[in-house]
Design a binder for this molecule. Structure first.
Ligand SMILES: Nc1nc2c(c(=O)[nH]1)N[C@H]1C(S)=C(S)[C@@H](COP(=O)(O)O)O[C@H]1N2
Ligand SMILES: [Mo]
Length: 209
């Protein structure tokens, strides 16, 4: 059962799950469904300033990137709908995101053969790390819009990462830099007891679980 749920989770949309009890098959263990969208962060809200906005993508890559806002807007745009799951216990269904896909970024930067990890750096000083082989999931997005409107500052606008298959602390808000690395470098919550992997279907909440 767990194995098949993980497989559905990897698919991104729980197609098989819908045929059974939708609540049980779509909601990861220990989660409750919410209709609103709670705000959780370190409490420092960066100013939204598109003139000064930059995104740097560097580290173990062939081609470094620095985008300003117009350059980022000119990239191929993707639109996807995903569920999100917060480690504090809430999940929210059917979030409609627009942005630039991780797949598009990987094609441009070409990570080195030995690159294994990505580190996300945010404007509020927050960092989080993910494995490169999960950043390549086809539902990973650098999102600028939600339900067709610019992502609100509270939820990470101008641009946040969306990594729907991992707990939401991996989805860095106010993104300013992605660094590709050969070694894992634990981020803010990963150095404070959170799990390194963070897969909701396995309840990878805290590293001593
Ligand atoms: N830059 C930044 N990104 C962040 C955080 C943060 O403090 N700073 N908190 C993380 C955590 S712990 C959670 S649960 C989600 C919450 O996202 P939301 O406020 O949009 O619900 O953002 C994640 N991304
Ligand atoms: Mo969180």
């Amino acid at each position: 059962m767990i194995a098949s749920k993980e497989a559905w989770a990897r698919e991104g949309r729980l197609l098989t799950g819908r045929q059974g009890d939708p609540e049980r098959d779509r909601l990861p263990p220990g989660q409750r469904l919410v209709k609103d969208w709670p705000v959780l962060d370190l409490g420092a809200l960066p100013k939204r300033d598109l003139e000064k906005w930059r995104l740097r993508i560097d580290g173990a890559v062939e081609n470094r990137i620095i985008w300003d806002w117009p350059a980022y807007q000119q990239q191929n745009q993707s639109r996807i709908t995903t569920d999100i799951h917060c480690v504090t216990g809430w999940s929210r269904y059917d979030n409609d995101w627009q942005g630039v896909s991780a797949a598009h970024i990987l094609k441009l930067v070409k990570p080195h053969q030995d690159a294994r990890h990505c580190i996300f750096y945010s404007r509020d000083g927050y960092t989080t790390n993910v494995r490169l082989d999960r950043f390549t999931d086809n539902d990973v997005l650098l999102a600028h819009s939600w339900r067709g409107k610019p992502l609100s500052p509270a939820h990470g606008g101008s641009v946040r990462i969306v990594m729907p298959k991992w707990y939401l602390w991996k989805s860095a808000k106010w993104l300013r830099r992605i660094e590709f690395t050969t070694n894992a470098r634990p981020g803010y919550w990963e150095t404070r007891g959170y799990h390194n992997e963070a897969v909701p279907w396995k309840e990878e909440r805290y590293s001593d679980d």
